[in-house]
Write a protein that binds this ligand. Structure first.
Ligand code: 5GP
Length: 224
């Protein structure tokens, strides 16, 4: 049995991916969203964070982030419009509350690319909805090589990110699942396996009793 059963209303999953920049988390989340969109359109959506950091050339406002001024961010935060927020690499980042609550209530899953500080806040508020995954690079050298290859950031930004990676690493043991991203295809398959299994958890299907009740009643009818 799965969630394709139309009678079964489910609350969505909050799938949180964290890692230091350069571990491959962004590629993994992009691939997951693309694949899900083919397999099951509308079932998984990305939480688009608000941030005060400068837009990178390849980024689109409203798609990758909502790029805000510090004042705009602070007023959103002070109104309680953020589910969580944190300062990362000297900038503010936060998760707009409304789209997440709407998606979960409508049974859609939400993917988050947020740091350990935000993950902690989500766990405190919504433990039953949150599934957390930490992505580790295969080695320190590979982490640096990926940051340099990306080449969208200046040398000083790269140096800052390497320094911050050590702090992010310290929190790996607060997560439900760990992916050591040696091979992108393998990591992607594992990430999908986690999502598939989490969707099949009994607690994610609140109307299961009535479904099974109907099964039993139907079974009685056809049992000679
Ligand atoms: P970047 O500037 O490379 O896009 O992101 C830097 C870090 O900020 C990443 O570790 C990313 O996961 C984290 N981040 C992005 N959005 C959010 C958010 O809404 N909340 C929190 N707590 N962290 C975020």
């Amino acid at each position: 049995m799965n969630n394709d059963e139309p009678d079964i209303k489910r609350r969505g999953i909050m799938l949180v991916l964290s890692s230091p920049s350069g571990a491959g988390k962004t590629t993994l989340s992009r691939n997951l969203l693309e694949q899900e969109n083919i397999d099951d359109p509308g079932k998984l959506e990305l939480s688009v964070s608000a941030t005060t950091r400068a837009r990178r050339p390849s980024e689109i406002d409203g798609v990758h982030y909502h790029f805000l001024s510090k004042r705009q961010f602070e007023s959103m935060r002070d109104r309680g419009d953020l589910l969580e927020w944190a300062e990362v690499h000297g900038n503010y980042y936060g998760t707009p509350r409304e789209p997440v609550e709407k998606a979960l209530g409508e049974g859609r899953d939400v993917l988050f690319d947020i740091d350990w500080q935000g993950t902690r806040q989500l766990l405190e508020k919504m433990r039953d909805d949150v599934v957390t995954i930490f992505v580790l690079p295969p080695s320190a050298q590979e982490l640096k090589a990926r940051l340099v290859r990306r080449a969208e950031d200046s040398d000083s930004v790269i140096a800052e990110r390497l320094k911050n990676a050590a702090e992010e690493f310290l929190h790996w043991n607060e997560y439900d699942y760990i992916l050591v991203n040696r091979d992108l295809d393998k990591s992607f398959a594992r990430l999908r396996a986690i999502l598939i299994a989490e969707r099949l958890k009994r607690v994610k299907m609140p109307n299961l009793e009535s479904f099974v009740g109907k099964l039993l009643a139907d079974l009685k009818k056809i049992t000679p």
